[in-house]
Design a protein around this ligand. Structure first.
Ligand code: SF4
Ligand code: SF4
Ligand code: SF4
Length: 582
């Protein structure tokens, strides 16, 4: 078992390709990179599932709890399913009604809607709003975030249990405390909610729609073959809308989250974090960590886009029957009493601040910045390519053991370019780079020596240095490349010459191996060996680097790689090859 696998969110290491995408989307920098693997630090993680949704390799995943739910049913206990209203997005159109029957076939004695609890949870929030609390606590990722990273706001979370917890308590009130409740929804963070002290004993297992689909598949239950059937019990009001932005506020009677400046809905991790920095305490806020709300939860897998998912929830909510008053006791006759509802909605939020435990001084940060060539503020690009918002934040992560300096893409690219520049400048072969009009962009020292030129070559026409006719053919596209001998007897120049274009860049490259020194003896052999060794060193370095920054390799790196390959080929032709061209 991988070391992380006991965690709620973890990495399937064999699949991880070290691309850092999860790192970039994690809103709390809970992912560390070491030895080419991204791993989740549970003490930092808020279980939002953003990394699971975004990992292109399917390497980020979460703990599966199907076996626990199956065991509950096998134990003979009365097991109720509390189904989140986003089921309408996960199982749209004709599948919705049949999904209820499919759950019964799995062995659930009661199949009810979490929206029943959402109604009471929203009413409790409505009562609390304006009395010192203004943040809805329906999204457990938002609650985890506040308690860990904005602990000073914990007291502002409305003291009301989430729809899931409120519903589970109501189910147990109706069915008896020996009954078990399995929540089924789009959310990974709901699994973490089961570990909260103030929610202890309410929900027994939390599954995602993805898990329930796996379970149905393994049990050989095809939704298409199930009959239509209705949920047990009816929710009230607009409570089936809470998975879409503004739905919970609407259920609470606080507007729709958009048109009422006193109550706003915010979705998406960055937006929620930003809102929590700026929303005044008198404004009620409904923070949903998933962009567009729970219909985009990490445990809801569907090919449908967010608009279609939203439409599916609206369509279901518009058609489905609701309770007019009271709220029928699910699975039993009668109504919930005020006291039962109050107990179902009880909640307590408190600060649980995350501390890395690593003492870091300004001098430490400056040292790391300097090691990575960012000692001066103007050198700190703050581009975010490493996954951290600033070079400084990344330096802190390095000191905390969460990151390595090589995650800085501009740094790695600069190092690669410097290495390439050095090897090209040290090459014993003359190298000249020209623009499409054959003006010199750059030339290395060996070229300047070969053609007895000064340092002021850039900007000059090649024709002022040598016969440029073969270059003109390549630049004009009349010839794909040139591989020949260049001879200027009066100047004492005798070279093997290779010319090729870089069409995308609009440039032409010339490489010259000085054959005047070629006596078939040690000089030429040494020169070739030196060239090949240097070029190979660069190539190996480039390939190694490419494994880290493959997607970021820029034009200049690719260009130098092509150039170096040509130098190797040219030099490896060896003595015989050169003689044959003469
Ligand atoms: S996003 Fe990239 S780095 Fe993160 S787990 Fe997936 S493959 Fe690995
Ligand atoms: S679940 Fe969320 S907080 Fe945890 S590692 Fe993934 S993105 Fe970060
Ligand atoms: S927005 Fe919904 S699905 Fe996403 S983390 Fe919050 S509660 Fe879970």
């Amino acid at each position: 078992m991988p070391p992380e696998k006991h965690q709620l969110v973890y990495t399937l290491t064999a699949r991880c390709r070290d691309c850092h995408r999860c790192l970039r989307v994690c809103p709390v920098n809970a992912i560390s990179i070491a030895n080419g693997q991204a791993s989740v630090k549970p003490e930092r993680c808020i279980s939002c599932g953003a990394c699971i949704r975004e990992c292109p390799q399917g390497a980020k995943t979460y703990r599966r709890d199907i076996a626990q739910a199956r065991d509950l049913i096998a134990s003979g206990a009365v097991v109720a399913a509390s189904v989140a209203p986003s089921f309408a997005a996960a199982f749209p159109d004709w599948k919705g009604g049949r999904f209820v029957s499919a759950l019964r076939r799995l062995g659930f004695a009661v199949v009810a809607e979490t929206a029943v609890g959402a109604y009471y949870s929203a009413q409790a929030c409505a009562k609390a709003a304006g009395n010192g609390s203004n943040i809805c606590g329906a999204c457990p990722a938002a609650v985890n975030y506040i308690e860990k990273y904005r602990p000073e706001l914990a007291a502002q979370i409305m003291p009301a249990a989430s729809p899931m917890v409120a519903h589970a308590r109501l189910l147990k009130t109706a069915l008896g405390q020996d009954a078990k409740v399995v929540f089924i929804g789009p959310c990974v963070a709901k699994k973490s909610e089961l570990e909260r002290q103030d929610a202890a004993g309410a929900v027994d297992v939390a599954l995602t729609f993805e898990e329930i689909t796996e379970w149905l598949g393994k049990s050989g239950i095809d939704i298409a073959s199930c009959e239509e059937s209705a949920f047990d019990g009816l929710p009230r009001g607009d409570s089936r809308l809470y998975p879409v932005p503004g739905g919970f506020l609407k259920t609470a009677g606080l507007g729709d989250g958009f048109m009422n400046p006193a109550a706003i809905s915010v979705t998406g991790a960055a937006e929620v974090k930003d809102a929590l920095l700026s929303v005044p305490p008198e404004v009620a806020v409904e923070p949903l960590f998933c962009r567009e709300g729970c219909i985009n939860g990490p445990g809801l897998k569907t090919a449908d886009g967010l608009l279609k998912r939203r439409a599916s929830v609206f369509s279901y909510a518009a058609k489905a029957q609701t309770a007019k008053t009271g709220g029928a006791k699910t699975g039993a006759a009668g109504k919930f009493t005020d006291d039962e509802i109050r107990r179902a909605c009880a909640a307590e939020f408190s600060p649980r601040p995350f501390k890395s435990g690593v003492e870091i001084s300004e001098a430490d940060i400056q040292r790391v910045l300097e090691q990575t060539g960012k000692g001066e503020p103007e050198q700190q690009l703050n581009c975010g390519a490493c996954g951290y918002r600033s070079c400084r934040e990344k330096a802190v992560a390095v000191l905390e053991g969460m990151a390595v300096p090589e995650m800085c893409i501009p740094l790695m690219r600069r190092r690669a370019e410097q290495r390439a520049d050095r090897i090209i400048s040290d090459s014993p072969n003359g190298i000249v780079v020209l623009d499409s009009s054959l003006s010199i962009i750059s030339a290395n020292p060996a070229f300047r020596t070969l053609f007895s030129c000064s340092d002021d070559l850039p900007g000059r026409r090649l024709s002022s240095v040598m016969d440029s006719a073969p270059f003109e053919k390549v630049a004009a596209g009349a010839q794909e490349s040139v591989d020949s001998v260049y001879r200027d007897a009066p100047a004492g120049i005798f070279c093997k010459m290779l010319i090729y274009p870089l069409r995308e860049e609009g440039q032409v490259i010339g490489i010259f191996v000085n054959m005047a020194q070629h006596d078939g003896g040690e000089t030429a052999g040494l020169q070739r060996a030196q060239t090949v060794a240097q070029a190979r060193e660069l190539l190996e370095h480039q390939i190694d680097m490419a494994q880290h920054i493959a997607m970021y390799l820029g034009e200049s790196t690719a260009k130098s790689e092509e150039l170096v390959k040509k130098i190797i080929a040219l030099s490896e032709e060896g003595k015989d090859g050169l003689d044959n061209t003469l």
